[in-house]
Design a protein around this ligand. Structure first.
Ligand code: PEP
Length: 254
């Protein structure tokens, strides 16, 4: 099974309305016909506008950065998966390390969010990754395995096939330190092996696993050329149209 190659841009809490509109227009103008999937994940205020301008562009999708685990109700300040779907989102990032770190999101909560996202036809981009101390202690695989088991591996096969994975070593996010292509490949191969053990080789071969952590135009080609790396989740470099489009064009030619 040929799996999708994907570049997703996580704008985090950046860009007021005008800035976001200008960035999106600039990205769209620079894009050629897309061979791979591109997902823009801006703050909520941009979702409606972005889904309107991306509507007729093949392979360009919109994603959110979070959703609540409940369908609706008295949860002031939160956003429901059905609301995201109603403004044209197809994806939602869940389990980002910043959500785990600053908002206390743990495996049980993330499992509930994953269920709610899927029930509303949103595909989770589920993030896993170890902190520096775990990497230095050689415990990165244990950490990632635990995150997958607690947040994701309760899913059945059909549900799981709608999930995109992102390996994001926390020590590489926003720090300018990138995992080496070999470190990325080793972890992606390990994750794919876990998916094969839990589900099947076929499912594992069809699962897109993105790398995230200081991906830039200068290092994207080397990372994307690894056998088990199917693209990237991009933070800082997604805020500059030229850099983001250069990263989109960094897959090896088929
Ligand atoms: C991210 O936030 O998912 C990320 C990978 O950020 P950066 O590219 O800035 O390291």
């Amino acid at each position: 099974m040929k799996r999708k190659q994907i570049v997703a841009g996580n704008w985090k809490m950046n860009m007021n309305f005008d800035e976001g509109r200008d960035l999106a227009i600039s990205i769209v103008r620079k894009l050629g016909p897309l061979k791979n999937e591109v997902i823009l994940c801006p703050p909520f205020i941009h979702l409606n506008y972005l889904s309107v301008i991306s509507k007729d562009i093949a392979n360009l999708h919109i994603g959110a950065q979070n959703c609540h685990q409940k369908d609706k109700g008295a949860y002031t300040g939160e956003i429901a998966a059905s609301m995201l779907k109603s403004v044209g989102c197809s994806y939602v990032i869940l389990g980002h390390s910043e959500r785990r770190q600053y908002f206390g999101e743990d495996g049980a909560l993330l499992a509930a969010k994953v269920d709610t996202a899927l029930a509303n036809n949103l595909k989770p981009i589920f993030c896993v990754g170890e902190k520096l101390d775990a990497r230095e202690a050689g415990k990165q695989e244990k950490v990632v395995e635990k995150q997958l088991k607690s947040g994701l591996f309760h899913l059945g096969e059909t549900q799981f096939s709608n999930v995109v994975l992102a390996y994001e070593p926390v020590w590489a996010i926003g720090t300018g330190k990138t995992a080496s292509p070999e470190q990325a490949q080793d972890m992606h191969q390990f994750i794919r092996k876990l998916v094969a053990q839990k589900y099947s080789v076929n499912i594992a071969e069809g699962t897109s696993i993105l790398y995230g952590g200081s991906v830039k135009p200068a290092n994207a080609k080397a990372i994307f050329s690894q056998a088990d790396v199917d693209g990237g989740l991009i933070g800082g470099a997604a805020l500059k149209a030229a850099d983001f489009v250069s990263i989109i064009n960094s897959f090896p030619q088929a």
